[in-house]
Write a protein that binds this ligand. Sequence first.
Ligand SMILES: Nc1nc2c(ncn2[C@@H]2O[C@H](COP(=O)(O)OP(=O)(O)OP(=O)(O)O)[C@@H](O)[C@H]2O)c(=O)[nH]1
Ligand SMILES: [Mg+2]
Length: 200
Amino acid sequence: MLGRACVGKTSILYRFSHNTFSTSILSTNGMEYFNFNLEIDQNKYFIRVLDTAGQDSYTNILNWYVRDANGVFLVYDISDKKSFRILDKYIALLEEKCIDKPVVLLIGNKCDLDKKDRVITLEMGTDYAKKKKVNFIETSAKKSENIEKAFRFIVELMVEKQKHHNIIEDVKSNKKAVSLNTITNNQNNNDNKEKKKSCC
Ligand SMILES: Nc1nc2c(ncn2[C@@H]2O[C@H](COP(=O)(O)OP(=O)(O)OP(=O)(O)O)[C@@H](O)[C@H]2O)c(=O)[nH]1
Ligand SMILES: [Mg+2]
């Protein structure tokens, strides 16, 4: 869970874990883990989310913690321009520090706010997400809008990514078998098979 201070990272986690919301929530000090069980299509998943502190003084600790992330909620506040501008910095951090490229879900939080308070439009969020090739959703921890959807979405994306990874591994091992076969079997047949596999 990444984003500038006060964008609502902890509030999103509390909404999902305890179905509560508070306007007097304390700013996060350091890091805190939240554990969840989630069932999707009769499959049960255990997810552990690291709630990070958005204050600048914690930036150095982030470098270490993001290394192993499989999925990232990157949160901004639709009423806070700075929280949107700083997204580039977080994306650069992920690109530089993560061992394996994580799935990223960009969240525009506080979509319950009045139109007059909104400074980042839905279109700006969508365009940014497209540009950075990440997924996007607007949420409200206050009104409980799209919170569960966001968690399901990121888990689904992570599962998809893992499946894709497994397929690639399968294809790689198949390729080895195929290349052994080419020595004894029909060369063209195997070439065709291999071409088909690599386009999937
Ligand atoms: N209107 C509105 N206010 C929200 C929403 N989510 C959080 N807030 C308020 O925004 C403020 C900051 O929320 P936090 O959850 O502490 O934000 P954070 O990103 O965890 O902040 P740090 O821990 O300092 O990094 C609090 O006053 C919340 O009540 C939301 O969806 N709508
Ligand atoms: Mg917090």
